[in-house]
Design a protein around this ligand. Sequence first.
Ligand code: FES
Length: 144
Amino acid sequence: MAQDKQELMDFILDHYENPRNAGTIEGPDKKLISDADICQNGGNPGCGDIVTICLKVDNGKIVDIKFEGEGCIVSQAGTSIITEKVLGKDLEDVLAMGPEMMTEILGEELTLSRPKCATLGLATVKLAITQLRRDEMKKANNIE
Ligand code: FES
């Protein structure tokens, strides 16, 4: 975690300018068909900023994650940061992550003043997991 305000700002800007896990999950033949198990859109209606997060899941863990988005520095950097945090994690552990995770990373000042920006990425990852489970349940029960 960043030591002081300047380090924190540099850390956030670096993630905004060089987003980690940016892009899409390619199909096995590297063609346009995605190999993702789920792609989920998330957004803040108030400002129109959006992210799309795609997950590949194996044995209850996130084995690949990619995102694309447009929006403010905090939302896009926060999403980049969270993709690194959840990669390799159990779905249950990710679902248990709350906004305090973003407070720990981005600091109290920023997270409290811009909670929706700070948690957009985390909220969208959790929504993707919930949707994936719904889809799997529907498939198991032959519900369209
Ligand atoms: Fe839109 Fe930050 S101002 S997510």
